[in-house]
Structures are given as structure tokens and as C-alpha cells.
Design a protein around this ligand. Structure first.
Ligand code: SF4
Length: 80
């Protein structure tokens, strides 16, 4: 499944608004605010549910700013 994203200052963003992360984790805003950077897609299968009422209350936990690379979240970039 292709993930399309317009957050072009993310480390995983690629041309034509493609996300090139091997997997991503979407959570509620409150979890995104509180959880460590290392809490990411690799923990998703055992993650607690985080229901929200609108799309505005969701966030991509995999976002990494700019050229930074966080390796301990084990997310790898895909090549398009
Ligand atoms: S990791 Fe999240 S914020 Fe970054 S490009 Fe992919 S979907 Fe967008």
C-alpha cells in the first residue's frame, strides 16, 4: 500500500508526496505527544487502541524532522 503524505520536511518524505518509510505508526495526538521517539511501527502489533473522533486528532508517530535519521525505531526507508 502506498502512503501518500504532504509533510515534506519529514526524513521519510519523497518526491510526489510519497512516504518511503517501510512502515508507519498512526496514533492519537495525545499518544504522539507523550510517547518516546522510539515508540513506533515496530511496537504497533501490541499497541493499545487509541480511538479518536476526527482525522484532526491523529498523528504520524513515524515522523522524523528533516535529514535526521533515528535508527533505534528500526524504520528503514524504501527506494522508489
Ligand atoms: S513517516 Fe509519516 S510524516 Fe513522514 S512522510 Fe511518512 S507518513 Fe509522512
Amino acid at each position: 500500500m502506498a502512503v501518500m503524505c504532504t509533510v515534506n520536511n519529514c526524513h521519510y518524505w519523497a518526491e510526489r508526496n510519497r512516504c518511503r518509510a517501510s512502515s508507519i505508526l498512526i496514533v492519537s495526538d495525545s499518544i504522539a505527544d507523550d510517547a518516546l521517539d522510539t515508540y513506533d511501527a515496530m511496537q504497533a502489533e501490541n499497541a493499545a487502541p487509541t480511538p479518536v473522533d476526527t482525522c484532526m486528532a491523529t498523528a504520524c508517530k513515524t515522523f522524523v524532522q528533516g535529514d535526521e535519521s533515528i535508527t533505534d525505531d528500526h524504520i528503514t526507508p524504501r527506494i522508489y
